[in-house]
Design a protein around this ligand. Sequence first.
Ligand code: UDX
Length: 427
Amino acid sequence: MKVCVIGAGYVGATTAACLAELGHNVCCIDIDEEKVDKINAGSPPIHEDCLKELLQKHVGKRLRATTDYDTIADSDVCFICVGTPSGPNGEIDLSLIKAASKSVGITLKNSENYHVIAVKSTVVPETTQNVIIPIIEEHSQKKAGADFGIVMNPEFLREGNAIHDFMHPDRVVIGELDERSGEIVAQLYKDLNAPMIRIDLKTAEMIKYASNAFLATKISFSNEIGNMCKMLGIDVYDVMRAVGLDQRISPHFLQAGVGFGGSCFPKDVKALIHKAEMLGYQPKVLKSVMDVNEEQPERMICLLERRAGNISGKKIAVLGLAFKNDTDDIRESRAIPAIRMLLEKGGNVSTYDPLANENMRAIFPDVEYCHSAKDALKDADACLVMTEWEEFKKLGDEFNVMKNKIVIDGRKVITPRKDIDYEGLCW
Ligand code: UDX
């Protein structure tokens, strides 16, 4: 099938490359010429495992990128994969979705063919029906369900594992306006070995939010139990290892620590809270999930102050800046509030991250960025560990260069030793 993908971010670029891998002819559309040029050169516009290999395999054959929206006219299915960032009150900002819908509408106006529009961007329930369809209909002068098809097809891709998650999904969810639209998109995925859920548009939208909110809830729940464990001298990892063996719970997403970040969990939970409030409902669980998450970095600073005293004038090493390991993405990273608090308290911050130093420099230009953990630790009065990088698990003698070997671990990655003053956040 001929497919267009609007947006070359991590969802769009992954979707384009994986649909090419599934045998479809794919064109990725983005207004950013630099991203388009990169894709056409076989170079990933984002850091994503295996993306380079797929681009190099398919670019020039089944995959290309362009800035030209008219390409949509030549496609059977057009995926909308643009961002839906958080607005000031937690609601999602629909400006990119609206712009993409308008461009799609304008192109459909002059096209004779039947097209299906597939919304992959994360949008709160009712957005496809109440916002996207009316814009496309207005600009195309055509009727959804009759002249063109529409589905809402959420993604469940983890950054860093997005290619793997796309090719090996736990399920494919297709929210469809009508059977014809859903059937065409189902055909795109027919070679994936996964259950397919065919459902209505707003249910598909809610499935995405409920999934992410539930995973975020598991993390905040583990963190809350962990905070109590800390007071009781219990290691929450021992607790959750046993809890997770219950098949009704599962062992995943029970790793307690400094909390969740990234482009999805914080934004999606906030957007769901906002939607609930718009409906006149107070979502108590979801609000607590966010509250616990906001407090975890503060708890790290409290532990630090208890061990190291007044932070003013002290050198604090922050190990890990990315919101999780194996990515350079710092969006909503728990390191951001931690560094902000350290600076507010007059601390001198030295940092190290294997991939994310440069991205963090844009937020904190005056912090010291080091090329290794050892460099960041040199002469430090204390150290905070914020990201679960594999290489931090091997740290040992590097701590010897610290002035005071106080280590506050927010991810349970450091092996405690007799000669370091080690403190875990929830254990
Ligand atoms: C997440 C979802 O997993 C994915 O399905 C969705 O489509 C997008 O959002 P991602 O943001 O890439 O993916 O990261 P994920 O691996 O889920 O981790 C999110 C955050 O939770 C990270 O900050 C991570 O450190 C934290 N986390 C994860 C925990 O604190 N404990 C855990 O047990 C698991």
